[in-house]
Design a protein around this ligand. Sequence first.
Ligand code: FES
Length: 135
Amino acid sequence: MAKEEHKGKTLPQIAGILGIGKFDTHFFICTGPDCCDPEAGLAAWQVVKRTVKALNPNLKTSRIYRTKVGCLRICQSGPIAVAYPQGKWFHHVTEDNAEDIVKYLQSGEIGPHPLEFTEHPLTAPEKDGAKASDR
Ligand code: FES
């Protein structure tokens, strides 16, 4: 099985088309069913997709990659979402505030967002004894 537009392409080619390796934020949003009504989750997801596309019309240069998921293991007060590598976790992401959250992430602002409930930033793995930030 493959999406029609990916048929006949290699995985590296598909990754290139999607801009994987170029974005600086990967935003995951749960569409329920335990943290929220799936209808509300999907409504928020549609706003996330629309906002990311509006801010980043070219996939190859998009700064944000977005993915909907079935559970982030918090399972209450959703839709729950998380952005990496910032490690910012959000609660009650709705169709009314999803645009604001995506714009906040795209801005690179580091102060906490009002819907953020915890933070666990990821750091780049060490290579050859040096941190990515040292290079
Ligand atoms: S169902 Fe959304 S976090 Fe588990």
